[in-house]
Design a protein around this ligand. Sequence first.
Ligand code: HEM
Length: 399
Amino acid sequence: MSADVVEAPSFPQRRTCPYQPPGIYRDIAERGPINQVTLWNGRRVWLFTGYAESREILSDPRLSSDRSYDEYPTMAPHLGAEEARKLVLVGEDPPTHDIHRRLLNPEFGLKHARALRPRIQADIDALIDAMLEKGPPADLVADYAMPIPGLAMSALLGIPFADHAFFQDATRGVMQASTPEETNAAGKALFGYLDGLVSAQERDPGEELLGRLARRVLEGELGHDELVQLAMVLLIAGLETTSSMIPLGVVALFDHPEQLAALREGRVPVRVAVEELLRITAVTDFGGVRWVTDDIEIAGRHIKAGDGIVVSSTMANRDPSVHADPYTFDLSRGSRQHLTFGFGIHQCLGQSLARTQLEVAYETLVRRLPGLRLAVDSDELTMRQSGTMQGLVSLPVTW
Ligand code: HEM
């Protein structure tokens, strides 16, 4: 291994355990809270692994999320594609970001998530009914985890769930393609689809989120294309994250039968358990990618204008100064001190909705399928890793 590699290891790296990070991340974090790593294209960026330093940097106004600049670190080849670079909201800085966020914040509060809960519960019960009717084994990815956010986002936005296979595929295509061409094709297809739906809402606005925002377009407060782009980012951010997280959490529970029993027997309330599942599992190894617009001094490091920043939520969630014994999976920990939803102005817009789906998904699963267990050996499970997101290809279970 050359001195260079030791100094700035490549990032991100492939996982072998579905929920614990590769060992090298631990080595990096043990060197200090801020280190250099090398991306796929040879670029060196600053990797933040300390919890306090990560929060500090993500709150700094000298950071930019604007992907149209070359300074923005491209985490995988397909993310250099135009369709990935022009994402609104998550790829915007103030003041545009604040305008879009103010528009959407009221739609994603706790009140809305609570109102959707009965609908989410009914949809999840119907998925379990279908699994029971068909009988074991089932694939917890295809039969359970994938449709859950599809159903929730359809209900929230007011888009037909019948199109689920298309929009799930297209959103995955934008974020997890193998080439920039695939990302562009998926992005254009998704834009075309949502363009049609938004136009229909503008002709006859419905009561759901798209209908409510279509009224703003008719009142001249929002552009048509702007609404299509916002709908696109909501789908991209809201589907794959939740559907990948559910099975990763189930595997962590299978590997820790005493924790699974505690959840099943109600010794740990699901609301508390979900926070530890969020802390330990990670659908991505980075909770924020930025570039620096002005020199910054932080934790003894001098970060120059133009440098790239990557915050590792995975490692910040395992900072031993915040969580004792941080690699231990302990559902009763119940700490919300994790960066799984990011931090600062871009902190996850959909976190109340995500928590609601996760709570209902885990609680219903362990209650209605008390004998739930793996139907294959755990070493037969295959990870899907795109360099940006991670999940399981399938999760065969029986009960
Ligand atoms: C387990 C599920 C989820 C995880 C782990 C997750 C994680 C994250 C993270 C880390 C960020 C910050 C990105 C950054 O700072 O660059 C973020 C932002 C965002 N998330 Fe989530 N998310 C989840 C579910 C959802 C859901 C259900 C929605 C619903 C639409 C959603 C919508 C968004 C949006 C729109 C942003 C961008 C916010 C902004 O830039 O102001 N997410 N999410």
